[in-house]
Design a protein around this ligand. Structure first.
Ligand code: TRP
Length: 459
């Protein structure tokens, strides 16, 4: 029965830390990829709708649960619904944290290795798309390389989580996140001035509604939860460090805004390049940005410098996210099982590392792992499968259960009391309560049912 005494220093500190968790590979690696696979424009619009009507609301629910109880995701349910099955939602979150971290760290490892590849001048002018492809395959298909970078990244994550999240990461995020933003803006400008940029731009911005199916909805929703770090208790944990006087609705709004801004910008940088450079196909999946962006770097002045900076900052963005993934099971072991922080971090980190080895080996080095299942036209390897199962399915399920818990078990009265500031009830309180009680569960149940009837829908 431990109570957290820690608090974020200020509202800005919370917004920064939560945005640091939200903004990561999900925005720059996953969003453009999923958008490209789903036809672009229409997907982007649907995504925005989901962020506002589902993501934002579930985020308010998660933060409120965390701040109210000051506990970790398992502790929350133990306190608010003692001796009930609800606690399983907390454990589902822990499992998802491990599952996502295991492959997230593999992709982040590629990012890390690209800092050095780019710095070495590999992507200087005149390099062909085939060559870029080859370099990427060389990185990920070599078992030693893939595992080495994965290990390095997970050790960095463990180092930060062990040493205390607040001072290190908070301070660094303050400098590095704005820098990432500026670099991304510059990339967008370059991408938009490419010859024939309009082809990709049209794909990205003009909705083609004929491409929209249930699958598009499912992917957009999964992406929204993933990108906003929802559905597994990360925001519960971060909310538990939040001070009583801070405004939850406003803070959640800022986090959703920043996260969406970065994702939309990443799409603007990638789509024009994707459709103008030869030898690239939009279905590229996990490897998309590692091939498209180096192509872009090879076409700009100071491309090496630019590219190195970009991959470095992306690694940092990934780090501020991966620590929030690791923090969830660690907080549970420390709070509920009385482990030391060090022991819990080692234990959780190494489980994620060993599980991640399978993902690391699934892109070329071990054929058995590179084709696990086929979904529609795509064949999924182990990494894609983990992303599907943990990064989409269990987050959706988690978000549904959290919405049901808040709306029906904990109650909207308690929710409103928690997120309204003492002086004034927000004008939107009633609306938010209505959404979490009715809209979110109905939409999520409909989508999950659709998914069960059409297992091929995840793409
Ligand atoms: N949101 C992060 C990203 O976009 C990834 C992430 C961090 C996450 N914590 C999470 C995803 C919790 C789901 C749940 O890269």
């Amino acid at each position: 029965m431990s109570v957290r005494r820690d608090n974020w220093g200020s509202r800005v500190a919370f917004i920064l830390a939560a945005s640091g968790s939200a903004i990561g590979l999900g925005n720059i690696w996953r969003f453009p990829t999923v958008a490209a696979q789903n036809g672009g424009g229409a997907f982007v619009l649907i995504y925005l709708v989901f962020v506002v009507f589902l993501g934002f609301i579930v985020m308010i629910g998660e933060i409120s649960l965390g701040r109210h109880t000051q506990r970790n995701p398992v502790g929350v349910f133990r306190q608010l619904a003692p001796r009930s099955l609800w606690v399983a939602v907390g454990f589902l979150g822990l499992a998802a944290g491990w599952g996502i971290l295991s492959y997230y760290s593999v992709v982040a490892g590629w990012t890390l290795s690209y800092v050095f590849t780019t710095a070495g001048g590999t992507f200087s002018s005149g390099i062909s798309a085939e060559k870029i492809n080859e370099i990427f395959l060389g990185t990920i298909a070599s078992p030693t390389q893939a595992i080495f970078w994965h290990l390095l990244f997970i050790m960095l994550t463990m180092g930060v989580v062990m040493g205390g999240v607040k001072k290190g990461i908070e301070r660094w995020s303050k400098i590095l996140m704005p820098l990432l933003f500026v670099l991304l803006l510059l990339l967008v400008v370059r991408s938009l001035t490419l010859e024939n940029a309009h082809i990709g731009l049209k794909k990205y911005l003009i909705p083609d509604w004929s491409k929209v199916s249930g699958n598009t909805l499912i992917s957009a929703m999964g992406q929204a939860f993933f990108s906003l770090s929802l559905g597994m208790g990360t925001m519960i944990t971060y909310g538990s460090y939040m001070h009583r006087r801070e405004n939850i609705v406003c803070s959640a709004g800022w986090v959703c805004f920043f996260d969406t801004l970065i994702a939309v910008l990443a799409g603007l940088a990638i789509f024009p390049a994707l459709y103008t450079m030869e030898g690239l196909e939009p279905q590229a999946g996990a490897k998309l940005i590692f091939i498209v962006l180096p192509g872009l770097f090879s076409q700009i002045p100071f491309g090496t410098l630019f590219g190195t900076g970009f991959f470095l900052l992306l690694s940092v963005a990934a780090l501020t996210s991966s620590i929030s993934l690791l923090e969830v099971p660690v907080a549970y072991l420390v709070d509920e099982r009385r482990w030391t922080r060090k022991r819990a971090t080692f234990f959780c980190g190494f489980i994620a590392f060993f599980l991640g080895i399978l993902s690391a080996l699934s892109l070329g080095s071990v054929t058995g792992l590179s084709h696990i299942m086929d979904i529609g036209p795509r064949s999924l390897g182990f990494l894609d499968m983990m992303d599907l199962f943990f990064g989409q399915f269990s987050l959706t399920l988690g978000a549904l259960l959290i919405a049901l818990f808040v709306g029906w078990k904990w109650g909207t009265r308690a929710l409103i009391d928690e997120f309204s500031s003492s002086e004034s009830r927000s004008r939107f309180s009633g609306l938010i309560a209505f959404q979490i009680r009715y809209v979110c569960p109905v939409v999520l149940i409909a989508l999950l049912l659709y998914l069960i009837l059409n297992p091929n829908a995840f793409a």
